[in-house]
Design a protein around this ligand. Structure first.
Ligand code: MN
Length: 224
């Protein structure tokens, strides 16, 4: 699996005539031109069959994604399981709304946090390592500049013993850990948490999914 798996898996899983999620047809070039030099990140809360947080980092024109069941913690003592999911298009960072029940990932999504990040991985000689390469090697460090999450975090790949014994079918699992010095408030209650984009809770978005989706509406007519 190359990092240029691109968005094929993402598109294969979805019916864009039924879900309001972005298809990712906007070119990465147009998107990149509209953002600052620093890559972006987003954390979405997704009230699907199981409540979870989706942690996404911009890498090479897509959002590398992990499902984090308990959500990122600001407490360095918390090691949070992070399960890789398919790359998402950059536009997904703005997605907030309701995915229809019968569709992939059916449920309500809010943008819990967003901002930029600075890769901070270095090799043994203290030279900066490109972020994509750090991920490939299974350990990447970065500093988040979000509205809620700020400071140093690390993503580290590991394989559980049980998974190893099952051979190549086993999926790698990662840990997301706050590595900075200043413990914060832990993890939010996903049902009370508010969107960094609209200020709304999951429930408010679920009750009025069309209430605040200007970009989705604007792009709706452009679909082929
Ligand atoms: Mn999800």
């Amino acid at each position: 699996m190359s990092e240029k798996d691109g968005l094929r898996t993402y598109r294969d899983k979805r019916h864009f005539d039924r879900t309001s999620e972005p298809s990712g047809e906007l070119s990465a070039r147009d998107e990149a031109a509209s953002t600052d030099d620093e890559p972006v990140f987003v954390v979405q809360i997704h009230d699907a069959s199981t409540m979870h947080f989706d942690f996404r980092l911009e890498v090479d024109g897509v959002l590398k994604s992990w499902s984090v069941p308990k959500g990122p913690s600001t407490d360095p003592h918390d090691k949070r399981l992070a399960i890789p999911t398919e790359d998402h298009p950059l536009e997904y960072r703005d997605f907030e709304g309701v995915i229809p029940e019968d569709e992939y990932g059916g449920g309500t999504v809010i943008v819990w946090d967003r901002g930029t990040y600075r890769p901070t991985s270095h090799d043994r000689r203290d030279r900066p390592v490109p972020f994509a390469k750090a991920l490939e090697k299974g350990h990447a460090t970065f500093e988040l500049h979000g509205e809620k999450l700020r400071g140093q975090y690390a993503l580290t790949r590991f394989h559980g013993h049980e998974e190893k014994s099952r051979g190549s079918a086993a999926k790698p699992t990662w840990l997301l850990v706050r590595t900075g010095q200043h413990p914060g408030g832990g993890t939010p209650d996903p049902r009370r948490a508010r969107s960094a984009r609209s200020g709304r809770t999951l429930r408010q978005v679920a009750e009025a999914p069309e209430g605040d989706a200007p970009e989705g509406d604007a792009r709706g007519g452009e679909r082929k």
